[in-house]
Design a protein around this ligand. Structure first.
Ligand SMILES: O=C(O)CCC(=O)C(=O)O
Ligand SMILES: [Fe+2]
Length: 311
């Protein structure tokens, strides 16, 4: 399996709009990638390497602090945004059959003015850097979602109109910084990984990474290493989008293994999980009843219950 590379230059964030011809050609390429592989590398998106690096650097400063300083920002301590906040090591199990993932993360789901942000000198600029990257990812996602609608011959509003509330407490879209600390192989539990096998939950995911480590399952069921393509954003289809398109676009399992024994390297990545508005009703867009309609908010709560444990 090769993940295709698509040049998004014609519709990059530095362009106001693309011509119909350019959109047609992009939609053909994206459709092929999303129906056959479920993943695509998008290059020339307009999001620059320096922006990505800035977010990784400030996130790492947050993660390297003692747990007591991170605790006040814990996920589930934000009243109106249940997925927002810091997730400690081994808390989430993306594959619930394995021990907790050997990763830490910080989820940004809400940009509501009342949200409390880390603001100590050690993480100076955290709010501004994360907020501006969230908004850039949001703009790029909306462009990709528009092209995805066109690629299936739909009115682009079918998908776009379900993504009007990103960054508010009525939409689950999340910018997640991930940090995989050095692994001490003497302490690893049986079957434990950095990130267990899973597919993502919502519409699409934008993944920014600078080092290899991610594996993607191919059609024969083998996990294949995804390369890190400098400057490109890796985009994959998530489960609600697969449902929405009656399985035309495919949401594929992926994972992050442990480094080889004796390798003490760390890994960082940024994932922008795009979700439909909580109240959006996801109904098969081909008019079939392949899957019953579900509201995005209800669907996400179920999935989080599986990976974080039921309350
Ligand atoms: O860190 C990575 O590369 C993958 C993370 C991931 O797949 C996820 O958090 O859903
Ligand atoms: Fe994922």
């Amino acid at each position: 399996m090769n993940i295709p590379v698509v040049d998004f230059g014609a519709y990059s964030l530095s362009e106001k709009d693309a011509t119909d011809e350019q959109l047609q050609s992009l939609s053909k390429e994206l459709k092929a990638a999303f129906t056959e592989v479920g993943f695509v590398f998008l290059k020339n998106t307009g999001i620059m390497e320096e922006e990505v690096q800035r977010v990784m650097d400030i996130s790492k400063k947050f993660f390297l602090q003692p747990d007591e300083l991170k605790q006040p920002f814990s996920r589930s301590s934000f009243a109106n945004s249940s997925n927002h906040g810091w997730v400690s090591l081994e808390t989430e199990r993306l594959n619930p059959l394995r021990p907790g993932d050997l990763k830490e993360s910080f989820n940004i789901t809400s940009l509501h003015p009342d949200i409390k942000w880390p603001s100590s000198d050690a993480v100076k600029g955290f709010k501004e850097i994360q907020t501006s990257f969230f908004l850039r990812c949001k703009e790029l996602s909306l462009r990709v979602i528009r092209v995805m609608g066109l690629s299936l011959g739909l009115d682009p509003d079918v998908f776009l109109s379900a993504h009007r509330l990103m960054e508010t407490d009525e939409n689950g879209t999340t910018l997640r910084s991930l940090y995989y600390p050095p692994v001490n192989s003497d302490e690893v539990k049986e079957g434990q990984l950095r990130c267990g096998e899973h597919s993502d939950y919502g519409t699409i995911t934008l993944l920014f990474q600078h080092s290899a480590g991610l594996q993607v399952r191919n059609r024969s069921g083998e996990f294949i290493c995804a390369p890190a393509v400098p400057g490109a954003v890796l985009i994959n289809i998530a489960d609600l989008m697969q449902r929405w398109t009656s399985d035309q676009f495919i949401s594929v399992l992926h994972r992050v293994l442990l480094p080889p024994v004796g390798d003490s390297s760390t890994r960082q990545s940024l994932a922008f999980f795009v979700d439909p508005d909580d109240e959006a009703l996801i109904t098969c867009c081909d008019g079939s009843n392949k899957y019953p309609p579900v509201t995005a908010g209800d669907y996400l709560i179920e999935r989080f219950n599986d990976s974080y444990g039921r309350k």
